[in-house]
Design a protein around this ligand. Structure first.
Ligand code: GDG
Length: 739
């Protein structure tokens, strides 16, 4: 558990044990999955409670069953969530395992939409909520696990607004292209965002999640956080580890030693290739068997010298695609053995049942090669367990590039499991590796497995969760309060130095279809002149526009500071010249990015590119609104990938997408302006779009930051639209003249 004294409540679909109806009464069976393997040692070490579904819902009410459940609760802190059988089927086998599981592993072809699935999923998540709420005591940390409970963080947030809620996804988060296939995509994302901390196995999964936030919800996030409803949700990649000692401890046991001995004898003179998987189509079992067959065909010298031992633990047997997989694997094993076996050699030894930990550890210890090649996997613990158990660091790990583990286990032989030729060839490479090389790789892998163990993982998660929960409310409220004009005027009047930042389009004037049509009306020019002329004022017009527009319209407003292109260019109050914020900046990227924008112009009638000195802008104000918004989202996603390694950023504004260097934003120029003009005891910033958010963020907390228009903003205050702004400026100017 964490270093602190908070109690931990783990919430996952399954408890680490499950009930099984036995011929006489009931028995409790240990769960075989990765989550149980990971969380068991943590709770055992730190105490706390585990809330989950005990299984066998059809027998709810059976007194003997109930007795076990009661005992679990009092003796082991295991709290059972009773899910009525009808709901359980559609929730677990239906929506969780036939919709979310295939889709999150990029198997849309295995996807089925159970018509009752979603309602059951919602209902089941609510049952977990009820259980958690009934167990919760102030200060507890609630740790929600995995794809079956994606709605739970939000449900908990609604019931327990102050609780620390963390969410960890054990399986991959899919690419946003795949994720958005889900009809309930918004609800799932919003559900997860109820947490204070959302963590994934790898950065790739985290990036996929962020891209779905953008594409599905239109939320912009930073690498490690996203703001929602005035809360900050922390995001992170925390690869899960194992409890190495829970495995190595078995190495010394007599039972394990007996197994090791007998395996050694049985496979003497042969190389043992080991595969251990839940029987699941994501684990790549048929692909492995085919690669093995190909290898035996191509390399006859290997025959009788290798044995593939495949353990496949039955899983989700009620789902038809799993039955199909089982048949397929049976057939392949039969074919390979039929084709190559000799009286004293069986090429594939196939174990289709769970084996004991002692047997498993013995297999890990004697296997010459672990062949871990899932087609897609959140992490894959088998890879780590093998590394922990290899005897004398002699063994080779072959690992699929699509397992989360590949992102941290670079010393393995990394293969593409779909490439059956090369996956087979990797076996040859593994068997030919010199001893010193095997040791070197295994030692490096082992070091990582021991260091990033499951305790380090959970401690990190829980420490982050505590701090995320403690800072949850620090996000600026994203619904600004209506501006109290009288208070603003009073503050202005009582201050001696005034600094005003005014955005132009959308803030001082409304929008026009073509940017060049938005010239300032005379009354606006008049008020700017008057404000800029007052010696106690420094007034900056800070706009995304080109300097030529600003010169043309405001060039003769004396005393006015101007920032063009979001402040890339600065014109001081006392000078007709523009100075660059970053002298010597090269814009040679423009030729690379322009064709991408042009492609969007070609697809969107009425849209066009505006070319500025520091940026390129795609405007789509005149195109069909929904379509334009959708394309803009696509464009930003595409550009973000394309520009990831550069200093350029793609930013959405009001009906525009702008590409410009990351350092260029209104916040930088605002800070520069404060330096140049000196301190002011009254600061006002007015703006309407995302570019103004940087400005608001850069100013002191006491500044009068005002968002023009409806919607979210980090500004403290808001006014309905540009029409309300002019009268306010006029009253400020009256006050200036009067003083
Ligand atoms: C999910 C994610 C992620 C397997 N057969 C036997 C047995 N096992 C144990 C293994 C290992 C666990 O089951 C399987 O873990 P995986 O990580 O391979 O896979 P999932 O169950 O799909 O787990 C996965 C994991 O969550 C943790 O975050 O890594 O990506 O899909 O511990 O040793 N154990 C015994 N007998 C068996 O026959 N005793």
């Amino acid at each position: 558990m964490s270093a602190s004294n908070h109690r931990l409540i783990v919430i996952s679909n399954r408890l680490p044990v499950r009930l099984r109806a036995a011929p006489r009464g009931w028995r409790a069976e240990k769960s075989s999955g990765g989550l149980a393997t990971a969380m068991n040692p943590i709770l055992r070490r730190g105490g706390g409670e585990w809330i989950g579904w005990p299984g066998e819902s059809a027998k709810i009410g059976d007194p003997a069953r109930q007795q076990i459940i009661d005992q679990w609760k009092s003796a082991d802190g295991l709290v059972s969530v009773e899910i009525p059988p009808e709901t359980a089927d559609h929730f677990y086998e239906g929506y969780s395992n036939q919709t979310l599981w295939p889709l999150f592993h990029h198997f849309p072809s295995q996807l089925t939409f159970d018509p009752k699935g979603w309602a059951a999923y919602v209902a089941a998540n609510k049952l977990f909520r009820d259980a958690a709420v009934s167990q919760y005591r102030e200060g507890d940390l609630l740790w929600v696990h995995d794809y079956q409970l994606m709605l739970l963080p939000k449900l908990l947030r609604e019931s327990l607004p102050d609780a620390a809620v963390g969410f960890f996804l054990h399986i991959p988060f899919p690419s946003s292209e795949v994720f958005r296939v889900l009809p309930e995509r918004e609800e799932l994302l919003e559900g997860v965002l109820g947490a204070d901390l959302v963590a994934f196995q790898t950065y790739t999964h985290l990036q996929h999640f962020r891209s779905s936030l953008r594409r599905v919800l239109g939320f912009e996030s930073r690498l490690n956080e996203v703001e929602i409803g005035g809360r900050t949700v922390k995001l992170d990649a925390l690869p899960i580890g194992i409890a190495p000692q829970a495995f190595t401890a078995f190495l010394g046991k007599t039972e394990t030693q007996r197994h090791i001995e007998s395996l050694r004898q049985r496979y003497q003179g042969r190389k043992l290739l080991l595969a251990v998987d839940r029987m699941d189509y994501t684990k790549g079992i048929p692909e492995r068997l085919r690669a093995y067959r190909r290898l035996l065909e191509r390399a006859p010298d290997l025959r009788a010298k290798v044995v593939l031992l495949q353990v496949a633990v039955p899983s989700r047997e009620g789902i038809s695609s799993y039955a199909t997989l089982r048949r397929q694997v049976n057939e392949l094993v039969g074919e390979i053995n039929g084709q190559f076996a000799t009286p004293d050699w069986t090429p594939v030894v196939y174990i289709r049942r769970g084996i004991s930990r002692a047997e498993l550890v013995a297999l890990y210890a004697v296997a010459d090669v672990a062949w871990v090649t899932p087609l897609r996997d959140g992490m894959n613990l088998v890879a780590k367990e093998y590394v922990a158990c290899t005897k004398d660091r002699d063994g080779v790990l072959i690992l699929s590039e699509f397992a989360g583990a590949a992102e941290e286990m670079g010393e393995a032989l990394i293969v593409n499991p779909y490439d059956e030729n090369r996956a087979g060839a990797a076996i040859q490479t593994a068997l030919a590796l010199p001893e010193a090389e095997r040791h070197r790789r295994m030692a490096a892998l082992e070091e990582g497995v021991v260091r990033n163990n499951v305790f380090a993982w959970s401690e990190q998660f829980l420490a982050m969760l505590e701090s995320a929960a403690a800072n949850r409310g620090d996000a600026p409220s994203d619904r600004p309060a209506a501006l109290d004009v009288a208070r603003l005027l009073a503050a202005y009047q009582s201050a001696s130095r005034h600094l005003l930042f005014l955005d132009y389009d959308g803030s001082l004037v409304g929008f026009h279809n073509r940017p060049e049509d938005a010239s300032p009306p005379p009354e606006l020019l008049a008020v700017l002149k008057s404000l800029a002329a007052c010696p106690n004022n420094s007034v900056m017009l800070l706009s995304g526009r080109k300097r030529t527009d600003l010169d043309r319209w405001f060039g003769d407003v004396r005393g006015l500071w101007m920032g063009a292109e979001h402040g890339a260019l600065l014109r001081r109050a006392d000078s007709p010249d523009w100075e660059p914020l970053r002298p010597g900046y090269s814009r040679d990227w423009v030729d690379r990015v322009r064709p991408v924008l042009q492609h969007f112009v070609d697809r969107t009638r009425g849209s066009f590119i505006e070319e500025k000195e520091y940026s390129l802008v795609w405007h789509y104000r005149m195109s069909e609104s929904k379509f334009g918004d959708w394309l803009a989202q696509e464009l930003v996603a595409m550009l973000e990938d394309m520009l990831a390694e550069t200093e350029l950023r793609a930013i959405r504004g009001r009906k525009i997408v702008e590409v410009r260097p990351g350092w260029l934003h209104k916040g930088s120029v605002a800070r520069r302006m404060v330096e140049l003009c000196g301190p002011a005891d009254f600061q006002l910033a007015l703006g309407d779009d995302r570019t103004d958010e940087d400005l608001f963020a850069a100013l002191d907390a006491s500044a009068w930051t005002v968002h023009v228009g409806a919607g979210r903003s980090r500004a403290r205050f808001a006014v309905p639209g540009p029409a309300e702004v002019l009268p306010i400026l006029e009253r400020l100017s009256d006050l200036s003249r009067a003083s």
